[in-house]
Design a protein around this ligand. Structure first.
Ligand code: NDP
Length: 282
């Protein structure tokens, strides 16, 4: 039976470290690290997410600035706000909650964020730094997963890792981070042929698909490490991309959903904000 990685507990410990370091920063810089969160529209899930972020910031000693704009906000208004935040010395991190309403171009907004304040790590500058082996601000979900693997003493050197999903926010940066730790990485996606066999050969499986329990438990190689990023709302509650019970019988380590990868994502956002603040303060 696998050891279950407790993302809540790891997050709690990690946030304590961040809070201590944020306090040290505040004493030195004369101001706390600051995170601006921009929410356009009324999406209830996004609103909950923003509320949780605010609470997490307060606990970690990070000042949070919240901007709630109505769904009719124009391109010019939103870009104007991003430019003002770029120039604001109290703001170290800027997060524009995606998805944006359809009339706004999220790529354009993303490009407008100062890469030094791009705490989501989605700006092409930060993606490029990651790809060239000099990461600065790394996307939070894959960064959180690497933290989990480190904390559990997982050695990736020479291991076969399979990442299912190739999104810019999870799959691609995840694959690069695993490769940087010397894993041999296969990236799978919706056109992959023979997914089951690829997963079955993997020492480490990261599932970031968005399809409830698509990775069957009996595909997992005995002793493998299984990281489930998926968050799928189903009639029987929140489910991951991995069929948990059977996978847990075969894996050596596994993340649950909920309580696995999710909490670590916000934790890494706080960490990135502190990192950005330190860079700004020189
Ligand atoms: P995307 O929809 O952007 O990407 C999904 C990926 O899965 C795509 O690359 C897609 O392939 C691939 N895929 C879809 N169907 C299949 C299939 N049948 N076989 C193999 N691959 C397939 O999703 P995200 O990366 O943004 O998120 C993935 C999941 O993780 C979601 O459930 C999301 O809610 C969750 N998530 C959780 C976070 C957390 O903090 N816990 C943070 C971010 C996301 P293709 O490219 O070919 O379309």
């Amino acid at each position: 039976m696998a050891i279950i990685i407790d993302g809540n507990e790891l997050s709690r410990r990690q946030r304590e470290i961040t809070a201590k370091e944020a306090l040290e920063f505040t004493e030195k810089a004369g101001r706390p690290p600051g995170l601006a969160v921009v929410l356009v529209g009324e999406d209830p899930a996004s609103a909950i997410y923003v509320k949780n972020k605010k609470k997490a910031c307060e606990t970690a000693g990070i000042r949070s600035f919240e901007y709630r704009l109505d769904s009719g906000t124009s391109r010019e208004e939103l870009l104007g706000l991003v430019h003002r935040l770029n120039a604001d010395d109290l703001v170290d991190g800027i997060l524009v909650k995606l998805p944006l309403p359809a009339h706004l171009d999220s790529q354009e907004v993303l490009l407008a964020i100062d890469p030094g304040k791009d705490v989501d790590g989605f700006h092409p500058y930060n993606m490029g730094r990651l790809l060239t082996g000099e990461p600065t601000l790394v996307p939070c979900t894959p960064a959180g997963i690497m933290c989990m693997l480190r904390e559990h003493g997982v050695s990736l050197r020479g291991k076969d890792a399979v990442v299912v999903g190739r999104s810019n926010i999870v799959g691609k940066p995840m694959a690069i981070l695993l490769m940087m730790e010397h894993a041999t990485v296969t990236i799978c996606h919706s056109r992959t042929v023979g997914l089951e066999a690829k997963v079955a050969a993997a020492d480490v499986v990261v599932a970031a698909i968005g399809r409830a329990e698509m990775i069957r438990g009996d595909w997992i190689k005995p002793g493998a490490v299984v990281i489930d990023v998926g968050m799928n709302r189903t009639a029987s509650g929140l489910k991951g991309d991995v069929q948990f019970e059977e996978a847990a019988r075969r894996a050596s380590l596994i993340t649950p959903v909920p309580g696995g990868v999710g909490p670590m994502t916000i934790t890494m956002l706080l960490d990135n904000t502190l990192r950005a603040a330190r860079i700004h303060a020189g």
